[in-house]
Design a protein around this ligand. Structure first.
Ligand code: UDX
Length: 447
């Protein structure tokens, strides 16, 4: 099919590459001329496993074309995807400016029936706004009867496995009440709907709310578990044992019940805020979501509090090795990452950070620039040299195997603060370490 995707961010670029791989003719439109120029050369602005070869292949086969020419994009695609950003407004609600600009651009150029598909995470009612913006523009052009449909088709991909998620989705939500739209999208997604039925057709508003409900449910699981971890701390229980104890009940499940130093990224924080704001606008107080958010904000300080207590409230002149900067493994994304709150706290107390992340070093330099209290290290071992303690903020695979001998030799004092419960306390204790983790009894006996 002929498809155009507006927006070459995470969602748009991955979706476009995957649709091109499935032999659709896909045009990607973005207003960022520099980004489009680089994409044309096969240069990918983000790190996402499997994306680069797929984009390069799309360019080589001619199935994937990048352009800044919106008129060409509208003309090309029968299906027009809107996949632009919806950053939070000051009050936390999603800013629809970019979505509505694309809607008006589409209406300014279309001259036959188009299926406009919303992939961006947008509040309930956005499809109506897109519909109204297009209708208005068509009326201005004197062609008010030109047919079109606005469909909600939210994206559920995870950073770090975006391509795989898109190739093998666990569900495909299609929000429309028009049979023709449903049929077009069923056709488009047929290659991704093998083995068992994954397509769920529903009304537009339910599709829009499904996306928020999904992310907020997962954020709730995490914050709930972090709250239990804090209680475990105080009563002397072990959250890892509790996790296994509750996860074995299939009604609870093992996923997203790992205690840690909070969720980050571009989705959970933004979507929780946006749903709270949507509820408020309708006179409701989103009590659970408000608690989910405030628990998460506090959780990001969890490790800094323990570090400060360990060093008797004085970090001046201390040096910390920090493993992990991205908000989760397999991405270079540091948006809302707990590591940022942690570094700010350490810097605020006069400490220096020796940081290492397998992918996010460039991003870290972009955010913080060159500064005295941040040493960007070449490897995890380099980060350890001369540090007073090791801190783990992200559970990258390469951090999981700990060489306690090397670690002990490199650190000034054998202390580990683990924000992701990566190690067995007993093993570290036997190796002579003090070990602080989340919701498990800390090992402070070595002192
Ligand atoms: C999320 C949703 O999973 C995805 O479906 C949606 O489309 C976009 O938002 P993403 O932001 O890429 O995806 O990250 P995800 O893997 O879901 O992790 C979110 C955060 O939760 C990370 O910071 C992670 O460290 C944290 N997390 C996750 C926990 O703290 N504990 C857990 O048990 C699981």
């Amino acid at each position: 099919m002929n498809v155009t995707v507006f927006g070459t961010g995470y969602v748009g670029l991955v979706q476009a590459a995957v649709l091109a791989e499935a032999s659709n003719r896909v045009v990607c439109i973005d207003i960022d001329t520099d980004k489009i120029a680089r994409l044309k050369q096969g240069e990918i602005p983000i790190y996402e496993p499997g994306l680069e070869p797929m984009v390069k292949n799309g360019i080589a086969t001619g199935n994937l074309v990048f352009s800044t020419d919106a008129a060409y994009g509208v003309e090309h695609g029968e299906l027009l995807f809107i996949a632009v950003g919806t950053p939070p407004d000051e009050d936390g609600s999603a800013d629809l400016r970019h979505v509505l600009t694309v809607a008006r651009t589409i209406a300014a150029h279309m001259d036959c029936k188009k299926y406009i598909i919303n992939k961006s995470t947008v509040p309930v009612g956005t499809a109506d706004k897109v519909r109204a913006a297009i209708g208005e523009q068509l009326a201005k052009r004197g062609i008010p009867d030109l047919p079109f449909d606005v469909i909600s088709n939210p994206e559920f991909l995870k950073e770090g496995s975006a391509v795989a998620d898109c190739m093998r989705p666990d569900r495909i939500v299609i929000g429309t009440s028009e049979a023709e739209s449903e049929q077009k999208l069923r056709h488009l997604y047929a290659p991704f709907n093998r083995n068992h039925e994954k397509i769920l057709v529903m009304d537009v508003k339910s599709a829009e709310l499904t996306k928020y409900a999904a992310n907020c449910m997962l954020a709730t699981k995490i914050s709930f578990m972090n709250e239990i971890a804090n209680i475990a701390d105080k009563v002397g229980a072990d959250i890892e044992a509790v996790r296994q104890g509750i996860g074995s009940d299939p009604r609870v499940g093992y996923q997203f019940i790992y205690a840690g130093i909070g969720y980050g990224g571009s989705c959970f924080p933004k979507d929780v805020k946006a749903l709270i704001s949507s509820a408020r606008q309708r006179g409701l107080s989103a009590d659970i979501l408000t608690a989910v958010e405030s628990r998460n904000e506090r959780q990001k300080h969890y490790l800094a509090d323990k570090i400060l207590a360990h060093f008797n409230g004085n970090l001046n002149g201390r040096v910390f090795a920090l493993w992990g900067l991205s908000f989760k493994p397999n991405t270079d994304d540091m948006r809302e990452a707990p590591s940022r709150v942690l570094m700010d706290r350490l810097w605020g107390q006069g400490a220096t950070v020796r940081a290492f992340d397998p992918q996010a070093m460039e991003e870290c330099l972009r955010i913080y620039g060159a500064r005295d209290n941040l040493v960007l290290c070449d490897s995890k071992n380099d980060a350890l040299q001369g540090a007073d303690a090791l801190i783990i903020a992200t559970e990258w695979q390469q951090f999981k195997a700990l060489n306690t001998g090397e670690l002990k030799a490199a650190l000034k004092t054998p202390v580990v603060f683990d924000g992701r419960n990566q190690y067995e306390p007993d093993e570290l204790g036997e190796a002579g370490f003090e070990y602080y983790c989340v919701g498990r009894p800390d090992l402070t006996t070595a002192r």
